[in-house]
Design a protein around this ligand. Sequence first.
Ligand code: DGY
Length: 424
Amino acid sequence: MTRKLLEQAIEVLRKNDRGAYTVPTDGLYPFQWNWDSCLSALGFSHFDEDRAWTEVETLFVHQWDDGMVPHIIFHQHDDGYFPGPDVWRTGRKVPTSGITQPPVAGFAARRMFETATNREKIADRAKALLPRIHAWHEWFFRCRDPQGTGLVAIIHPWESGRDNSVDWDAAFQRVPTDGVEPFTRRDTQHANPEHRPTQAQYERYIWLVQKFRSLNWDNSKLHDASPFQLVDPGFNAILIRSCSDLAILAEHLEEHEIAAQSRQFAARGLAAMDALWSEKWGQYLCLDRTIGTLVDSPSIGGLLAAFAAIPSHRAGAIAARLTKLGEQVEYLVPSHDPSAPEFDSLRYWRGPVWLIVNYMIADGLTQAGETLIASRIKGDSVRLIEESGFAEYYDPRTAEPCGGGQFTWTAAMVIEILDPKLAT
Ligand code: DGY
C-alpha cells in the first residue's frame, strides 16, 4: 500500500511539473506559488534532487530588489485565474503578485541540503541561494516589523496562506469595499463555491490589492498604510524556524555572518512570541496590530506555532490541546476549533484539514519530544489520502476531499511522511 501511495504521489508531482517549476494543481492555480513550491521541492528531493533545487531556484530568480519573494510568479499567460497580472500591475518583466507568502524556503533548503546524497555536489547551489533567502528574511523584519518588535505582520490574508481564516474576520470589518473595480472570480469555476472564500471576502482582498497598487508596491509604505496588519503566530513560527534553519545551513557552508544574524532574528522572534500565548485556549493567538489586541479566535495558526522551537511547556500544552481536538474530529488537525460557532468543515481555512500544516505541526512537535501526538497527526494524514486521494484539503470529520484535486504539495507531504527510503 505504501509503495502504491508513493508511486501515485510521484505521479502527481510529475503531472504538475512545468519544467522549472510546478503548479499547485492544473486549472485552479496555473502558475508558481511561493510556499507551494518550497514544500513541493521536499517531495521532489526524495527522487530527483536536481529538480528539487531547481524549484526553489526558479522562485528566487523572481525575488524583488528589496528582498521580497512574491507569492505568485505568472510564468505564462492563463485566463483561468483571477486576479491575474493585469490586476496586480507590479511592473515586473515576468509578472508577479505584489505580496508575499509564508517563508518556508529556509527550512526547505536546510532539509534538502542535509538529506542530499552528495552534499559537495550541491554546495554551490546552496551557497548561491543562502544570501537570497537571508535577504528575504531581512526584508521581513525591515518592512513588516518597522517598530522592531521581533514579530512581523501580514498585510493581506493571502500572505498568511490561510486566506479566509476566522482570524481575519474582525480586522476585515475595517477593510472597505468602495472603489473596488468589477471582477469575475475564476476560482469558483474550478472548485465548489461552498469550499471557497465568500464574495464579501474577495471584495476586500481586491480592495487591499488596489490600495497597495496605488502606492506603487513600495514596501517602505505598505505596512503602515494597510488597514489590515495581523501578527500571525503560525506565520511567524515559519519565519523563525526558517531563520534558525538558515543559521544551521550557513554554518555548514561557513557563512558565519549570515548564521549569526539569522540566529539573532530567531531568538528575538521566539522571545516576542510569548506575548501571543492564551491561557484560555492553551494555544497562541493572532495579534491585531492596528488596535493592539489579541484576536479571540482558536485557529490552527496558534498550533502551527509549534513549528518553531517554542518553550517545551508551551509545546506540551499544544500537544494536550491537539489531543482534545482529536476527540472531536476523526482526522487531525482541523484548521479551526470544531466547537467554535464559525467552524465550517468544508470551507477552505475555516475548518478543513491541510496536509502541509499537519506536516509542519508534526515536525515541530517531534523536535519538542511530543512524539505521540505527532504520530497521530501523521497517521491521520495518510488515512486521509487512502480515503480520498490527493486533494487540496479535507473535511476533518468525514474525509470529504475539497477544493482542487491532484494537489502537488499534498502529494509532496505524503512522500515526506512516508519517506521512500523507509518504504523499500
Ligand atoms: C487563491 O487564489 O485562492 C490563493 O490562495 C491566493 O493566493
